[in-house]
Design a protein around this ligand. Structure first.
Ligand code: HEC
Length: 146
């Protein structure tokens, strides 16, 4: 009966391997701070609303004949889009560094501070429904929260 503890150890190890990706990928899903979101709303009004629309409902695409090549309609940032599929870290990077695709969203680093970018992210997150907050990040597909 010396086999049993070894089997147990193996199954513990297998279990550990199964939950490891979930631990690594687990998103903070951090709820937005109300005061930060309020400050962020002002920054959003000033720099973001022109493209992302009021309350982050998304930009409007001009007619195709007027679009420059590679034009991307500024996406909705509220819970109806896919912004919440990204982690805070990734979203903050997109805001500060801009989109990796040319001629889409410029980098905001230099125009706004990192703190302002965090505040504006809190504002954006304040537009999300509860489920988007709870299921934010790469686990959004398997997230059980209803
Ligand atoms: C000139 C128009 C424009 C302005 C102004 C602008 N954006 Fe964007 N933004 C875009 C476009 C276009 C994309 C999509 C880029 C892509 O998919 O490559 C984008 C993407 C994003 C994303 C990623 C969304 C996602 O679902 O992955 C975030 C977050 C974002 N913008 C936040 C902001 C914030 C915050 C501001 C203000 C500080 C801002 N944007 C100002 C055009 C703009």
């Amino acid at each position: 009966m010396t086999i049993k503890p070894i089997k147990n150890r193996i199954s513990m190890f297998v279990l550990f391997l199964t939950i490891l990706p979930a631990m690594v990928l687990a998103e903070t899903g951090k709820a937005p701070d109300a005061k930060a979101a309020k400050r962020g709303a002002a920054t959003f009004e000033k720099y973001c609303v022109a493209c992302h629309g009021k309350k982050g409902i998304g930009g409007v695409s001009p007619p195709s004949m007027l679009r420059s090549p590679g034009f991307i309609t500024p996406p909705t940032l509220n819970g109806s889009g896919h912004t919440w599929h990204h982690t805070d870290k990734d979203l903050l990077r997109t805001i500060l560094e801009g989109s990796p695709r040319p001629n889409t969203m410029p980098a905001w680093k230099g125009t706004i501070t990192t703190k302002q970018a965090r505040d504006v992210l809190d504002y954006v997150k304040s537009l999300w429904p509860e489920r988007s907050l709870k299921c934010q990040g790469p686990n959004h597909m398997s997230c059980k929260y209803k």
